[in-house]
Design a protein around this ligand. Structure first.
Ligand code: ADP
Ligand code: MG
Length: 353
């Protein structure tokens, strides 16, 4: 645990309402749509003619995060970001969140403050208002549920379905890094368990660790596409891994696809860590989760426009062959894309470690 006993304040001293006041003090609402925030029985939101989008993510200690290597501030930040990413995936903008939190008595006031510092930093950075929540106790472990509310013009919203044959498959940023960060953290945890005197050896791995511990939501890509005059024909965020998300898009649009291994965007550090773990980098990109990049399709006629946007890779295209999701490897072999999914590989790794 991160709190050591010397600077530990028991939450019981504050009480539930004292804690809520403490966590939400000084919040200034930034979005005109946020009519009323924390302090009544419900928040009031006025999206003024725009569509309202809602999504929720529930994070459970020991299932979705491991506090032995996840700093609480990062956890709070990530809990908000994964929801902002869902809004980006709809080509929408997050405007408000409500946060439900359940704490066991293992958690001090300082620990909850750290979680909220992360949540509030994410809100500042992405100009989202924290307008409410619920606070309760748990028998064991930490639960964080973040509900996000977003807005978009009806004509801007992108669904997973809607794409056509020949549409170009594009991804933002690079893939596989967050998974490599996780493998490093799990490896250091195993080393530490075996010998608590060992110091973690994570120097020089900043990029992949940051991708795991402090991901970002690609609202900037939503803006860049809008500025370029492009509306994706379908879109999803990459939380479970490229392979699994590609299959979601293909299924939703009733299409097949071809992607090219040598077009997959993979950072050099991701590739070198993958090799250290005796893993082919493209497998990390296909099956590693939690990158929170956007996977989307555009019409072929938008090729020039999308090609000009920095940080977007065109990795393949949709085909009419329903059920055929194929990757052409660097040496020109063709193989079926298998979605192991993020949880599957994570479980495999944990069993092995
Ligand atoms: P109720 O009894 O109606 O559920 P609460 O006492 O739980 O109300 O909450 C009081 C106010 O504080 C509400 O506006 C609620 O949205 C807000 N709130 C409660 N817990 C949190 C939290 N963890 N983060 C942010 N706001 C919270
Ligand atoms: Mg309540």
């Amino acid at each position: 645990m991160h709190d050591n006993n010397s600077d530990r304040t028991e939450i019981s001293g504050l009480g539930e309402f004292g804690l809520i006041d403490h966590l939400t003090q000084g919040i200034e609402l930034k979005n005109p749509s946020s009519r009323y925030g924390v302090g009544d029985d419900a928040a009031v939101i006025d999206q003024a003619g725009l569509q309202t989008l809602v999504s929720v993510d529930l994070l459970v200690e020991g299932v979705h995060f491991d506090l032995t290597y996840t700093p609480l501030k990062h956890l709070g930040y990530k809990a908000a970001i994964v929801n902002f990413s869902d809004m980006a995936a709809m080509n929408a903008r997050p405007t408000q969140i409500v946060v439900g939190i359940a704490l066991s008595n293992r958690f001090s006031l300082e620990a909850v403050e750290a979680i909220y510092a992360g949540i509030r930093l994410a809100c500042e950075t992405y100009k989202v208002d924290l307008v409410g929540g619920d606070t309760t106790s748990s028998r064991a472990g930490l639960f964080i549920s973040v509900t996000v509310i977003g807005e978009a013009k009806e004509s801007d919203i992108c669904y997973r379905k809607g794409a056509s044959e020949n549409d170009l498959l594009c991804v933002s940023g690079d893939l596989g890094a967050a998974y490599m960060g996780l493998l490093l953290l799990e490896r250091e945890k195993a080393v530490f368990k075996a010998n608590p005197d060992m110091q973690p050896d994570l120097d020089g791995f900043d990029y992949v660790l940051q991708r795991q511990l402090k991901p970002e939501a690609r609202i900037d890509i939503v803006d860049a596409l809008k500025n370029a005059g492009i509306k994706p024909t379908s879109m999803i965020d990459i939380s479970d891994g490229l392979a699994s998300e590609i299959k979601h898009l293909c299924k939703a649009s009733k299409l097949g696809c071809t992607i090219y291994e040598d077009k997959l965007p993979i950072d050099v550090m991701t590739a070198s860590v993958a090799e250290e773990f005796k893993m082919v980098p493209s497998v990390a990109a296909l099956n590693g989760g939690e990158d929170y990049e956007l996977l989307f399709t555009v019409k072929v006629t938008d090729y020039e426009k999308v090609n000009k946007i920095p940080g977007i890779s065109i990795i393949g295209h949709f085909t009419a062959n329903i059920g055929e999701e194929v990757m052409i490897t660097a040496d020109n072999q063709s193989f079926d894309i298998k979605a192991q999914g993020w949880d599957a590989i994570r479980n495999t790794f944990q069993k092995d470690s």
